[in-house]
Design a protein around this ligand. Sequence first.
Ligand SMILES: [Zn+2]
Ligand SMILES: [Zn+2]
Length: 315
Amino acid sequence: MTPSQTFRYCRCALGASKGLKVRFWGVRGSVPCPGPSTSKYGGNTSCIQLIGGDDVIVLDAGTGIRELGHELLKQKKPLRIHLLLTHTHWDHIQGFPFFSPIYFPGNEIFVYGPRALEKSLEDALMVQMQYAYFPVRGVELAAKVRFTELDEETFKIGDLEFTTKSMNHPIRVLAFKFSDGKKSGIYTGDNEPYYDVLENKTGRPDTSSHRRREFIKECNDRVGDYVRGVDMLIADSQYTDEEYESKRGWGHSSIGYVLQLAASSDVKKVMLFHHEPTHPDKQMDAIEKQAIAHGRRLSRRLKVMVAREGKTYDV
Ligand SMILES: [Zn+2]
Ligand SMILES: [Zn+2]
């Protein structure tokens, strides 16, 4: 997509409201985990609705998008929906076949995201809609579904401006920065801080490779520059700091890293997201308490929040 391309569509009742807001339809990472022990924070995988412009804009299509689809269909009129995918790992696309608006003629779904290594964005999303996996094939959808592959770039959808940035993950992830000119937010998608793989293997700092350490610092600084000053950072915070030590290289962040990143980059609110599915509500309550206290120690100006399914927050 070129920076000059702009998408502008008619006002939609669900998308229009005062001020920029986010609504969480799914907050978990990796795999859905519904049940009595996760009913407070939610068990669906990643899906966020951006509310504030004239358009229906959705970030990621984890299982939370199923319920959003039902809500959108209540309008009983043709829908134009922009679905922005950070990447095509399953927990970010597995709700798509259950997103009801794709089955109604007259609806238009615009899907954006990075290419998925050996597959196009379209192939990576639609491979789950083959008879071997699902009773409806992608070619049988009644709505018009159009795909746009993204790189690092800036573009507009209606009133909102987006800027994408590559994150650190086993496949390419694009984070989305969004702004209405007054408020700005970032959704990282899956992300792990860059670290020195060799240093981790030996268990001690390798003082011989100054250049390698400089490169890693540059990569992490690039992420810091991208998030600097935003009103809300919605960040992959899957692991506690203790858990992270045995999960290095899995492509996700620790809560401690995310708080440090937010505090050192003058972020106003940080929203912990992409929760580990083995963390029940009781543990999430404890994580929230500890994260707020830790955040306060790092910066008095930083507000720390933990995303909950079904909740809407001001950016
Ligand atoms: Zn994920
Ligand atoms: Zn992923």
